[in-house]
Write a protein of this length. Sequence first.
Length: 731
Amino acid sequence: MSAVTFYHEGELVAVLTAQPLDRLLDYKAPEGGCLTGAFVEVPLGPRKVLGVIWGAGAGDYDIAKVRSVIRVLDVAPMQDGMREFLGWVADYTLTPLSAMLRLATRSPGLGDPVSMRKVYRLGRGAPDRDTAARRRVLEVLQGYGSLSFTLKELAEMAGVSTSVIKGLVKQGVVSEEESPRDLPYPGLDPDYGGVELTEDQAVAAAQLRARVASGEYGTTLLKGVTGSGKTEVYLEAVAECLRKGRQALVLLPEIALTAEFLARVVERFGASPAEWHSGVTMTERRRCWRMVGEGGAQLVVGARSALFLPYQNLGLIIVDEEHDTSYKQEDGVIYSARDMAVLRASIDSAQVILASATPSLESWANAEAGKYERLVLTSRYGAAELPEMRAIDMRAEKIPGNRWISNVLRREVDDRITRGEQALIFLNRRGYAPVTICRACGHQIGCDHCDARMVEHRFSKRLVCHQCGESKPIPEVCPSCEVEGKLAPVGPGVERLAEEVAELFPDARVAVLSSDLFGSARELKAQIVAIAEGAADIIIGTQLVAKGHNFPLLTLVGVIDADLGLQGSDLRAAERTFQLMRQVSGRAGRVKKQGLALLQTYQPEHAVIRSILAGDEEAFWQAEADERRIAGMPPYGRLAGVILSSPDVKAVFDLGAEMARHDGPLQKIGARVYGPAPAPIARIRGRHRVRLLIKAEKSAALQGAISAWVAQFRLPNNLRLQVDIDPQSFY
Ligand code: ADP
Ligand code: ZN
């Protein structure tokens, strides 16, 4: 990458814009000149668009027609490492650079003039009446000297309502001022709080601190069962990073987890970090983006796209629950945030910590191969032990066809309710019933736009397509045979399970945790907190509950269908089932009492079910790794998917077949093409989808070959071609 250069007014510069043009554009540097990396506004046709000075202009365009950069924006220039990172990700994922810039500037109004807002700092005098709440506010402000805070921050830090602060403002004890909106975030104190670590936690923390202090790149897999203190340990690495004056990023797989995590950051560092995810308001997003660039944010907690913020000096990236599939972005720029975190850290000489109770096979293999360090926390914190795990053989259970809770599970749940403990009933299926069938003609109601069946959601009284989100009212008559009143639900979703639970345990308090039942992340968080405090006897949940929440009273987990993930032909089916079952089971007995996890299954002798029950992880990974190695599958070989989609079914198959025939560039690197085949979901939103799969050896130069291969074909109008390097899901 070229070094940072200053361009004098009128000199030619190459500008990268976020517009879908596949090249850099030449402009003349503006009055006052500009530096490489500067964010600028440039004219493009009749419009003004955002761009970044990428380097010297190419000079291959009629100089008389080259226009001038309009102005340099008042934000920190893009760092050299960031430009390098965007370039690498673009090359790796075969994405145009312009799309990378769009991803890196997802914050509205970057060039707007600075707007103002109210902030609060220590005023004069003493309050007329001294209350505990008022004292806390003053203590916080005194503790920070002359710093000012927003109303919300101050209220949170002091643990008081905003009216307490307003009361103090009236008396002048706290002063209210106008200040630029994009304030730096409150300083985090690495030595503010923290628990006394157990011996193996302390050993792990010391190693991580040393790695962070080294100032070099490295990746560590931090493995430990749920509740073993991984979070406590990696917060020590964050503390060290803050002491070194570098920025830290914590990636979480699920927004619903952020609230719980933020509370822990406040406990550990005395203030809240910057947040970056879809639940953050646009003004806060802008503040976060700008402050990350100026160094006014020391710690960012966010979703995968937080990786593309313009860090000034990034020293540490934590990927919590690193095995989670939501780290793979599946639309637009298709990338794995976990893998790109490692790339970014290697460019910035930063450390990565991949934390998980059940690592992905990729990370496990990288640790085995010595590319990643491995740290293991073996015991759970406190007296808690891993739950006992047992299978319930559903073939031997005598229960009616429209019931899913076995007698064994029922007795155990009853037992927990009597003892005042909690039980979790887990089913990874949203809605009421996965299939609606006509009992007269056998027709199953499908989505009009996709090859997917509509899922009944009784709560919202609609049929919903989980593929495209389309919904419609539940019809009275069968759309196929037009007989009335014969449509019936088949199979359970969590809503239907809730009905069964209400019948079996009429006096129990039941809570259903499913992402679609909550209007906002805030509501969901409130519900989770209430449950943790004992507001429910039985929790019915989807995958959402598998992710890191603490329910101290929970001592029983019942998995309704442990076989669910084993169906289908996904390369990672076994791995995912293993991880999910371990994660869910890990919810039981997290605090003091030993928990029990019961897995309902029709195939108790299946190798995956057996290894879950035996708790023999190494054996599972080893067996799974051997199978993949023999088959040349990831992580021992490489895969890429190409999805062609179009409203015209013939066009996608024709092009797919032509691509498979003209595979010269792929043959050159020894890669093979499979397909075209209908994608597992062959139609989404009215577009037909065909998939080609490319398999190559690990060392093959896959991206270059795919580019050359794809470049041979002309895409008909309306046909979209998407490349997915290292595909995760097989849709
Ligand atoms: P994990 O991230 O591995 O699931 P956590 O770090 O969340 O584990 O720890 C589980 C619970 O135990 C948390 O409430 C945490 O605060 C507590 N905990 C872990 N280690 C300690 C310790 N050494 N001292 C006090 N509490 C601890
Ligand atoms: Zn659909």
